[in-house]
Write a protein that binds this ligand. Sequence first.
Ligand code: SAH
Ligand code: DHB
Ligand code: MG
Length: 227
Amino acid sequence: MSEEQWSAVDAFIEDQLLPSDRELRAVLEASSEAGLPSIQVSPPQGKLLNLLARALGARTILELGTLGGYSTLWMARALPSGGRLVTLEADPAHAEVARANLESAGVADRVEIRLGPALETLPQLVAEGKGPFDLVFIDADKVGYADYLGWAHRLSRVGSLIVADNVIRGGSVVDASSDDEASQGIRRFYRALATSPGLSATAIQTVGTKGYDGLAFILVTAEVPDA
Ligand code: SAH
Ligand code: DHB
Ligand code: MG
């Protein structure tokens, strides 16, 4: 089966289930015009994040890796009134495009973009007593995923859901001797998942417009044990 077929099926799913949406389309257009890489979640994946947030009744959402704010907008739309989303982004140019996009989409009042490497902004959130977050979406640099998982756990409560993107990477995740830093980062992430008390997880392989990749779903079953 080919990438062409996977993309045709994603287009079919979009056509059948995801009515054309002016704000979401505008985010993609403005991001592309600004020269951002087109690596955001696919429309069906964005809708999945939106459905999960609604099913959880999430009032607080944390995202790692904003890019132009496309996944941010899908999740922000799921928030009830008074709900809040914090999204972390290291690249000032990306954060600026996202800020304008989220403003135009009418969700800026619910969303806070924190500029800086996540390994700096995550401890700040903890220090400020932010959280617990009902839903966390990890989608920043893959090298940091194992560390991000630990911070996400600290910023969660029992019953929170953590979702992580890009955990299959074309299948390269099974290659223990891969010289790809990102694949090694994802392998460390699985090891952290497997050895963290209080996290119950699975990963699902996916195909579509983003090629062969996958998502991890992690339920928080207990708080981080005291150090
Ligand atoms: N979640 C977005 C896509 C994110 S792409 C969507 O689906 O719409 C990954 C983003 O993570 C990029 O914007 C990149 O600049 C950002 N990033 C990379 N390293 C980071 C770090 N250390 N801390 C925070 N963000 C980082
Ligand atoms: C890349 C990052 C992502 O989060 C993604 O979903 C696809 C690609 C990347 O950095 O290439
Ligand atoms: Mg991703």
